[in-house]
Design a protein around this ligand. Structure first.
Ligand code: BTN
Length: 256
């Protein structure tokens, strides 16, 4: 398997700022922690922290994230206008979707809010953490974990709900090509934010959740109903059996 060197990622990348500074570690507890440290020390927007292997990867809703050798685990520091915060989830999941499509030809779907999936199995998880002080956004860190070259049979604890690109394709995928495309897509979508381009429309068109009967766990409360729509800032609207609509800001969706 090829090594992920900053040089091979950067060579001819052609972005203005995303990925122009890459900090690579052979192993790390979590790229989120390293990225936050770098952000506080003043790392420029677009800085990427990437590792071959994560020993204490973190997921959404206080979960852990398995990222052994062969997967992609990285965090990107951004310093967006606070008004753009709701769009980062859309931007991140779309960038992963597009880059997988370009590099492998596979067409993933997005499960609300930002899991990238194939046939109900997760191939990528995204975690976004923001440092907001006195109503000002200091920085955002987008963490992305993609199961690239993993034999899921080696990970029986997650194999029923996760898949990998190599398992889907029956061959290995260049992680360098994937990360390069990912950085290009992130920058392209990020730069489109001020132009008010319809990120939401692109995101909706990839959301597998819409139109499905779902069960949502939101802060320990369970809601069931039809995933009817999303609001302009990305919240999920569930139409319950009694006709009442409920807005979900954060939660975990499973199909019924
Ligand atoms: C989830 O689906 O729960 C989100 C998983 C996010 C995993 C990535 S891997 C790179 C970055 N570092 C972490 O510790 N987590 C994110």
């Amino acid at each position: 398997m090829e090594n992920l060197t900053p040089q091979s990622i950067l060579d001819g990348l052609g972005t203005q700022f995303v990925g122009q500074k890459i900090i690579h570690f052979p192993a790390l507890d979590s790229t989120m922690e390293a990225a936050k440290r770098e952000a506080l020390w003043g790392a420029p927007a677009g800085t990427v922290i990437i590792t071959e292997e994560q020993t204490a990867g973190r997921g959404r809703l206080q979960r852990t994230w398995v990222a052994p050798k062969g997967s992609l685990a990285l965090s990107i520091i951004l310093r967006p206008n606070i008004d753009y915060l709701p769009y980062l989830i859309m931007l991140a999941s779309l960038s992963v979707t597009y880059s997988i499509q370009v590099v492998t030809g596979l067409k993933p779907q997005i499960k609300w809010p930002n899991d990238v999936m194939f046939n109900d199995k997760k191939v990528c998880g995204i975690l976004i953490e923001n440092d907001i002080r006195k109503n000002a956004l200091k920085h955002s860190v987008i963490g992305i974990g993609i199961n690239v070259n993993l034999r899921m049979a080696d990970y029986p604890e997650i194999a029923s709900r996760a898949t990998s690109l190599s398992d889907l394709l029956g061959r290995e995928v260049s992680r360098t090509a994937l990360v390069r495309q990912l950085l290009i897509e992130i920058e392209r979508l990020y730069l489109s934010l001020p132009r008010g381009e319809s990120l939401i429309e692109q995101w909706k068109s990839h959301l597998a959740t819409l139109g499905q009967i779902v069960r949502v766990n939101s802060g320990g409360k369970i809601y069931r109903g039809l995933a009817e729509s999303v609001t302009s800032d990305g919240n999920l609207i569930i139409r319950q059996k009694d006709g009442h609509a409920i807005k979900i800001i954060a939660g975990d969706v499973t199909l019924r």
